[in-house]
Design a protein around this ligand. Structure first.
Ligand code: ZN
Ligand code: ZN
Length: 409
């Protein structure tokens, strides 16, 4: 298939299986400038599906970088609260949300980490009203990716730019199943498979997961009343959507006070323009008390010191080592893809949908069950072909859940 046909199939898949836009619904898109051809196709598909109004807010790596190079030092506690408040207002009014990732993963890696920390914190605070509606699944939303020259170059540094870009697009089309004859049907089947997995885990009601592997010896308690989720989900506005394309994970809420032991990362993490690799941490009663990283240690340290909840876990996800993304052998330097190549954990904010009846509980009730609160939510990969995971029941008995990175159930 030609690139244009694949791009169109990908756009159609995003609108139908990803967002599942309802007739009359508005759509708010954020996208990198290099994603214009994809945004145009998505917009066309969205209107054909009945969207009432599609609005896109573009970002540009070059102008993002210019701020860190030239803006006065005392301006880094500023964020565009007006924009995020407007986004929150759009969601309250029923608009769907599409985020298109594709930024240069190492854009800000040479910049002053203190400026980054301050800017990220200001942004997280300002973004909170909009983010709460997203993590609370108030509306149908979806995150996808677009290949951009800078991102492609970081994934395939040995290739000329045009070839790197084409290879990254092909990888995206294949990992998202957009290159199959009927991508929408493929997603229905994939989602049904994930639903069978979550049904099994929800029936087991494990109290904890026990991880063992090279450098990893971790007991991760699950939140009381936790719910495993995966694949398509129903937003509180009633629309069934796929929040991530691709997605291979089943995930739930860890108990913020019941994580003990050591764990190390197995893939690099791209966080706000910095590449972080070789993370090793030790947890005590849910909190990270020791950490080192082979690369980007300062960025990771600043991430987990964002606030009290940033040093605790908000998500645990299981992904088989043989997932199509892992099988591609590509390190994408992008969480949307890399998190679906391996089992992972996330520091920071937990998802309301991962606690039974979470949408109707107060923040104190959620905290008492073990849910975590933070301005950040950042996934990092701990799975590999050498990782074993056991499910531990409340009575202390355990059973194999994953062996050498693959499902044992
Ligand atoms: Zn995840
Ligand atoms: Zn996550």
């Amino acid at each position: 298939m030609t690139h244009d046909l694949l791009l169109d199939a990908y756009a159609g898949l995003t609108v139908r299986s990803g967002l599942n836009i309802s007739p009359g619904q508005q759509l708010l898109i954020t996208a990198p400038l290099d994603a214009v051809p994809l945004v145009r196709r998505i917009t066309e598909h969205a209107y054909r599906a009945g969207a009432s109004l599609v609005t896109t807010i573009y970002s540009d790596d070059v102008t993002t970088l210019a701020r860190y190079q030239h803006a006065a030092d005392d301006t880094f506690d500023t964020a565009q609260a007006w924009l995020f408040n407007g986004m929150a207002e759009a969601f309250k009014g029923g608009a769907a949300r599409l985020a298109i990732a594709g930024e240069d993963p190492a854009l800000l890696s040479g910049q002053d980490p203190r400026k980054l920390t301050r800017a990220n914190k200001a942004r997280s605070l300002a973004y909170r009203p909009a983010l709460e509606l997203i993590t609370g699944f108030a509306i149908n939303w979806c995150v996808i990716a677009a290949a951009t020259p800078a991102w492609a170059k970081s994934v395939f540094p040995e290739l000329p730019e045009a070839d790197a870009l084409e290879r990254l697009w092909r990888a995206i089309f294949s990992c998202t199943r957009a290159d199959l004859p009927d991508p929408v049907k493929a997603w229905e089947e994939h989602s049904a498979a994930l639903a069978r997995r979550t049904a099994f885990l929800n029936e087991r009601r494990y109290a904890a997961l026990k991880y063992s592997g090279p450098g990893t010896d971790l007991t991760l308690g699950l939140a009381d009343d936790h719910v495993w989720k995966g694949g398509a989900g129903r937003a509180r506005n009633g629309v069934i959507c796929n929040a991530n394309i691709p997605t291979e994970e089943v995930f739930t809420c860890p108990h913020k006070d019941r994580v003990d032991g050591t764990v190390c990362s197995t893939k690099p993490l791209s966080y706000q323009g910095s590449l972080i690799d070789g993370i090793k941490v030790r947890f005590e009663k849910g909190r990270i008390v020791e950490m080192t990283a082979a690369k980007g240690e300062e960025a990771f340290r600043s991430l987990i010191s964002t606030d009290e909840g940033a040093a605790r876990l908000g998500e645990v996800a299981l992904v088989p080592h043989s997932s199509p993304i892992s099988a591609s052998g590509i390190i994408f330097n992008n969480t949307l893809f890399d998190e679906n190549a391996a089992s992972h954990i996330a520091v920071g904010q937990s998802y309301t949908e991962n606690i039974r009846d979470g949408g109707n509980r107060t923040q104190d009730e959620m905290a008492a069950l073990g849910a975590n609160t933070s301005l950040v939510h950042v996934d990092w990969m701990i799975g590999s072909g050498a990782l074993d995971i056991d499910g531990v029941k409340a009575d202390g008995t355990s059973e194999p859940l994953m062996r050498k990175g693959e499902w044992a159930i």
